[in-house]
Unconditional design. Structure first.
Length: 263
């Protein structure tokens, strides 16, 4: 049987380095791409990917990958008691009509900076981005502490704090651990129907003055691990972006559409 390969993007971040070591410990082959093209020596091999969306788009189709990611409207589909704020899914054209401050972001790709905008006029104009670009528009809320969870088959496999008061502050969950995991169980129990998640994903949660709240969800194969256990992160990444032929049927609705790259 061919040895599975963990393919890393050319610019390897700290999480990628940790995953490369973890993959080696369990007998997988780790391969760092020398460029933004699909490595020809990996053709036909069972490849799993860790890298950003642009890298996945560049090599995914040629290598037969099936990367999954939460749907664009996942956060907006959650009940208000889990988000603690109003969240709406729409288009950039609609967001440009905002008359007051709101937190605006592209759900998956980083088309523009995710932040609080004073109004819609401050968003990128039509000369920069098409109006049909999907966006999430959220009521402004302050997160006192933010945590990253790597989730596999509806269970939390690893957790890390990554911010305090909006500033980077990486550490284990610490004293927040029990409440964090209890709230995570509520969120994952609600992850069905329009709010369903792929079997492998990253979910960010935070503490606010209104209580615990969901921050967002992202693709595990493109997310930093912070202080999470690299072996647990690897388990989630391997499922989140592996061979398309091995993708569970339930994950097919969450497939990232990969473009055909013309040489």
């Amino acid at each position: 049987m061919p040895i599975p390969v963990l393919l890393l993007a050319p610019r390897v971040n700290e999480t990628g380095l940790q995953l490369r070591t973890a993959a080696g410990r369990r007998g997988l082959r780790a391969f760092t791409a020398p460029s933004w093209r699909a490595p020809q020596e990996l053709a036909g091999a069972p490849v799993h990917l860790y890298g950003g969306p642009l890298f996945a788009d560049a090599v995914g189709r040629e290598l037969g990958l099936g990367p999954v990611e939460p749907s664009d409207g996942w956060l907006a589909a959650l009940p208000r008691e889990l988000t603690r704020r109003r969240v709406e899914s729409g288009t950039l054209a609609e967001a440009r009509r905002l008359s007051g401050p709101a937190f605006v972001k592209a759900p998956a790709d980083k088309h523009f900076a995710a932040r609080v905008y004073p109004d819609g006029a401050a968003l990128p104009g039509p000369e920069l981005l098409d109006g049909d670009t999907p966006v999430l528009v959220s009521e402004v809320v302050r997160f006192d502490a933010e945590f990253r969870l790597f989730v596999l088959d509806g269970a939390v496999r690893a957790a890390s704090r990554y911010a305090l008061g909006g500033e980077l502050a990486v550490a284990g969950p610490g004293a927040d651990g029990p409440e964090l995991l209890a709230f995570a169980a509520e969120v994952l129990a609600a992850a069905s129907g329009p709010a369903a998640l792929p079997s492998a994903a990253v979910v960010d949660l935070g503490r606010t003055e209104r209580g615990w709240a969901v921050v967002e969800a992202n693709a595990a194969w493109a997310s930093g691990g912070y202080a999470c256990d690299p072996d647990a992160v690897l388990d989630v990444v391997l499922r989140a972006a592996g061979p398309l032929a091995e993708l569970p049927a339930a994950d097919r609705p969450f497939l990232r559409p990969l473009p055909e790259v013309v040489p």
